[in-house]
Design a protein around this ligand. Structure first.
Ligand code: NAI
Length: 697
């Protein structure tokens, strides 16, 4: 039973006890109802208090029960709340620390609420594409007003209890205390023992002086901000019902809307991403209790694009960083950019000047490797050339103390080879950040053949400390993300060969939900980067077919925004992508040279070819054990590549489409003579799952 029962004087105390946050799983719900039955049957008990053990009143639904029949099994939360309301002995919620989701709904079903300052109050269901499903949408507006309730429900963000206690006329909290909330609630319950009839939130009236205009305004605001997600607008509808409908009718509408949202692909995607994010930290052969190394000082080699951003992550976390460069000018330039980045944040009011000073004070620079000898972690971000990496790692091996972790930010080179440059390959690992490294959430943690388990565990922990989503990848060309993007780029190129324009491809993909299509990304990142990678990659793999269009573009010097021209034209100083006649002519000429008569390609085909290219490579990556699970592949794409969140990542999207249908589409593409039939051979895992009617998840 995940709830405890005791009697203090003539007050029964039911304590939710389901660590870590007293999730309202089946056993906890059962514990509450048993406690209520006992309390109601005991003539000595005059009042009841419900509270939470440990560091929460309740965090709401139990995520361990997500998607299982237990989540809905009786007594469900609605039934528990009905039972609270039916009690003729007063029930007081003693709320502290965390009161979220179902936890808040439970408290709203009690007759009274005593809260301890510092409690975080939230209804976060919208973040999973849902809305509060146990009366939150109907009861909260009745106690704090329609506008405040809608803000909480639509944002899903926590609000401190003190702020809510200040709402004029609020009836959410009957008493607020600074400490010992349980004692205060027991005393309060004793005072209320003889009150009759007991107050119920459902009996209150939600009011608004100008409801129609307000809800019109709310719909405009919420609709504009929640493109691709149906839940926020539904929240508005249901909260409006708290005003326009009788309580029971409002509850019915809440329930029906909740169930309808549960079945939307958007909610499924958000729930998938929520679970996937938590799964990334689980490494089967590296248990959670693996000892970790103490990381206090961090060295970064190279103060270029990546080195600067990487350093900022650690400075933001309050860790001292030493950056090493070859020349003073490079150091000065790199440090100047870090400072400018922080100053921009200060200007926008996102960072206080003191914080900027604190962070810059943690940063030291050097041209001398000896200054890195005491570092606990060194991250290399020098030029992407194996010879340069060799020199750097050999030097680090000589200089840096034993037990330090030596990491490389390489995006394409072999981490095992880099490790072999040292006499301590067990201490070498890849930490693949994404640009801009101080902003992007993703960190691919590349586990070499010889990487020690405690090194992996330490780096996963450090990644969490600097607020990254860490995904473990095995060693292969491009790791998880870039290996997949290669196939996506190849398809994008074939589409141009066959008759699509860069703007058509970009638009189709952007309508699907990507922030930017492949050609706009190329212009932003610099087409020369891909050019250099292709030269190396396809020299090593001469049999791989790819479109030559991107190379031709680079031969014209059209590297993208930085050269004022790429797949698009750019007006000086502007970033707007303008269709380019030069590119159109280049593509026409190229198609003619291949003897291709351009055809009209549908947006649907464009999206399917690009996304299924990711899916097929993703399946290979999972099958080979490069990724630990399909949902890790999704996290890489959601946090590092702008894959639309409402689709839940490429693998989840493929599951939604149905793997059988994905394979059917691939078979169709394989028949296209301009495409590459070998490209569309389904990965063994994909073929197997499709044949068995299964999904990646
Ligand atoms: P960058 O050219 O902006 O910076 C490299 C810096 O390293 C330069 O400041 C250079 O002076 C310095 N450097 C070169 N050799 C050195 C040495 N022996 N000792 C000390 N400093 C040295 O390059 P960027 O873009 O920062 O890339 C660095 C690494 O990060 C590469 O391995 C790259 O593949 C990887 N990477 C780059 C990403 C990007 O989007 N730019 C994304 C993820 C990884």
């Amino acid at each position: 039973m995940s709830a405890n029962y005791e009697v203090r004087g003539n007050v029964a105390v039911i304590t939710l006890d389901n660590p870590p946050v007293n999730g309202l799983g089946h056993a906890t719900r059962l514990g509450i109802t048993r406690g209520l039955e006992t309390a109601c049957a005991d003539a000595n008990v005059k009042a009841i208090v419900i509270t939470g053990a440990g560091h929460a009143f309740s965090g709401g639904a139990d995520i361990k029960e997500f998607g299982s029949p237990k989540a809905l099994a009786e007594p469900n939360l609605l039934s528990v709340i009905l039972m609270l309301e039916a009690s003729d002995k007063p029930i007081v919620a003693a709320i502290h620390t965390v009161c979220m989701g179902g936890g808040l709904e439970l408290a709203l079903g009690c007759h009274y609420r005593v809260v301890q300052t510092g409690t975080q109050v939230a209804l976060p269901e919208v973040k999973l594409g849902l809305l509060p499903g146990a009366g939150g949408t109907q009861r909260l507006p009745r106690v704090i007003g329609v506008e405040s309730a809608l803000n909480i429900i639509v944002s899903g963000e926590p609000v401190p209890s003190e702020l809510l206690a200040k709402e004029p006329g609020q009836k959410l909290f009957d008493k607020i205390v600074d400490a010992n909330v349980l004692d205060a609630a027991v005393a309060f319950a004793q005072e209320m023992a003889d009150v009759h009839p007991l107050p119920l939130v459902r009996k209150l009236k939600a009011e608004h002086p100008n409801a129609q205009a307000y809800f019109q305004f709310a719909r405009n605001m919420v609709g504009g901000k929640s493109k691709n997600f149906p839940a926020p607008l539904k929240c508005v509808d249901v909260v409006e019902a708290s005003l326009t409908k009788k309580f029971d009718d409002g509850m019915r509408m809440e329930r029906e809307t909740f169930i309808a949202l549960m079945f939307t692909p958007e909610s499924q995607a958000l729930r998938h991403a929520f679970v996937a994010e938590r799964a990334t930290t689980k490494i089967p052969d590296v248990p959670a209790d693996t000892p970790v190394r103490d990381i206090k000082k961090v060295g970064v080699i190279g103060a270029g694009t990546m080195g600067g951003g990487i350093a900022m992550n650690f400075l933001n976390a309050g860790m001292p960083v030493t950056i090493l460069e070859m020349k003073q000018e490079a150091l000065d330039k790199g440090i100047g950019i870090i400072k400018k980045n922080y100053e921009a944040q200060v200007k926008k009011g996102k960072l206080k000047q003191e914080k900027l000073d604190e962070r810059m004070a943690l940063l030291s620079t050097t041209l001398n490797y000896a200054d890195l000898k005491d570092m606990d972690l060194v991250i290399e971000a020098v030029f992407e050339e194996i010879g340069v990496k060799e020199t750097v790692f050999k030097t680090l091996d000589e200089v840096v103390k034993n037990g330090a972790i030596l990491a490389s930010n390489t995006s394409t080179l072999d981490v095992n080879r880099i490790a072999s440059f040292t006499k301590r390959p067990q201490d070498v690992i890849g930490m693949h950040f994404f640009s801009p490294a101080n902003v992007m959430k993703l960190l691919e943690v590349v586990r070499g053949e010889k990487t020690a388990k405690d090194v992996l565990a330490t780096v996963m922990g450090i990644g969490k400390k600097i607020k990254k989503t860490c995904v473990v990848s095995g060693v292969c060309d491009g790791f998880i993300g870039n290996r997949m993007i290669e196939q996506y780029s190849r398809q994008a190129g074939f589409l141009l060969d066959e008759g699509a324009t860069p703007q058509q491809v970009d638009k189709a993909v952007e309508n699907f939900g990507f922030a930017m299509g492949p050609f706009r990304v190329g212009d932003l990142a610099g087409n020369d980067i891909g050019w250099a990678i292709r030269k190396r990659r396809y020299q090593e793999k001469p049999n791989v077919r790819y479109s030559k269009t991107a190379d031709l573009l680079c031969e014209l010097g059209r590297f993208g925004q930085k050269t004022g021209a790429g797949w698009y034209d750019y007006a000086p100083g502007k970033r707007d992508a303008i269709a380019s006649q030069v590119v159109t002519d280049m593509l026409d000429k190229h198609r003619a040279s291949l003897g291709i008569k351009p055809r009209k390609i549908s947006d649907e085909e464009i999206v399917e070819r690009l996304v299924f290219a990711l899916v097929n490579e993703g399946a290979k990556i999972v099958d080979e054990g490069i990724a630990l699970r399909a949902s890790d592949v999704d996290m890489v794409y959601l946090t590092g590549y702008g894959f639309p969140l409402h689709r839940g990542g490429p693998m989840n999207y493929a599951d939604q489409v149905g793997l059988f249908n994905v394979v059917q589409a691939m078979n169709r593409f394989a028949k296209n003579p301009q495409d590459d039939a070998t490209f569309w051979k389904p990965a063994p895992l994909l073929a197997k799952l499709a044949a068995e009617g299964k999904t990646f998840s």
